[in-house]
Design a protein around this ligand. Structure first.
Ligand code: HPA
Length: 271
């Protein structure tokens, strides 16, 4: 039994078979408009079972098309736990992508930099993550058709996709840092003490997304890669006080060109 969303989107796609899934984070939605040669664009509101994105700076559209030789299905605007959705709702689009044939998922997000060398405007490839949600999207009866009860998470972000990201970044002269991402629920930003605690735990950056999607994708055997756009120094670490969504959006906008280039190169290589 396929998800209603999958049936609907599959019908709209006809014989277009998406192999690369993408999720665009806060302020990063421009990628879908600029880098994808569209075949089919759908509003979330028209997709059965899809939640409707509420956060500022998120368009709420599914954009399907070509990036170089790759066939791509892209969420322009994601669902966040802090909006009030369950993690099942947050990750429904990932299971839909699986049912539509996606084999590779590229996730993006905006994040606060914790490690000293991470500056606003840097791009950080995820090597691992720390789930600080106190929740797991796979809690509850296991959906055996997607994957096992206790999925392995020893390699959340695969080596090959990471190598391809570095290749894509090098090809456009962009430095890609690496690090570990911690996911908090939000919507409040962290306190300085929380940021220090996350640093002690081993986190290099902090955000409010990506981890649930990665878990659900790994459960159903999708390869995952993820890049954070470091939009600000995490709380207590920078001169800019207080933190605001405006600052996040501003930095994301400032790096749109290089970020779009890296993502396009990555998506083209990942298909
Ligand atoms: N904390 C959490 N989420 C974020 C941040 C941050 O500093 N910046 C962008 N998303």
């Amino acid at each position: 039994m396929k998800l209603e969303a999958s049936k609907y989107v599959s019908e709209k796609l006809g014989n277009f078979l998406p192999r690369v899934g993408m999720v665009l984070g806060s302020g990063l939605g421009f990628f879908a408009d600029e880098a994808i040669e569209p075949v089919c664009t759908l509003d979330y509101a028209d997709i059965p079972g899809f939640p409707v994105s509420t956060v500022e700076g998120h368009a709420g559209r599914l954009v399907c098309g070509h990036v170089g030789p790759s066939t791509v299905i892209c969420l322009q605007g994601r669902f966040h736990y802090y909006e009030g959705y369950s993690l099942e709702e947050v990750t429904l689009p990932i299971r839909m992508m699986k049912e539509l044939g996606v084999e590779t998922l590229l996730l993006t997000n905006a994040a606060g930099g914790i490690r000293k060398d991470l500056e606003p405007g840097d791009l950080m490839l995820l090597t691992d993550h720390i789930n600080c949600l106190g929740q797991n999207p796979l809690r509850g009866p296991n959906e055996n058709r997607f994957g096992p009860r206790f999925p392995d998470m020893s390699v959340p972000y695969g080596k090959r996709l990471r190598a391809l990201a570095h290749e894509a970044a090098a090809a456009c002269g962009v430095t890609l840092k690496e690090g570990i991402y911690a996911c908090m629920t939000g919507p409040s930003f962290e306190t300085p003490a929380e940021v220090r605690a996350l640093g002690v735990l081993g986190a290099d950056a902090v955000g409010m997304s990506t981890v649930p999607e990665c878990i659900v994708a790994r459960h159903c055997g999708i390869r995952v890669g993820a890049i954070s756009c470091i939009t600000n120094h995490a709380a207590g670490l920078g001169a800019a006080n207080p933190l605001s969504h405006g600052e996040v959006a501003e930095t994301a906008d400032r790096v749109r060109e290089p970020f779009a280039q890296v993502l396009a190169g990555w998506a083209a290589r990942a298909g």
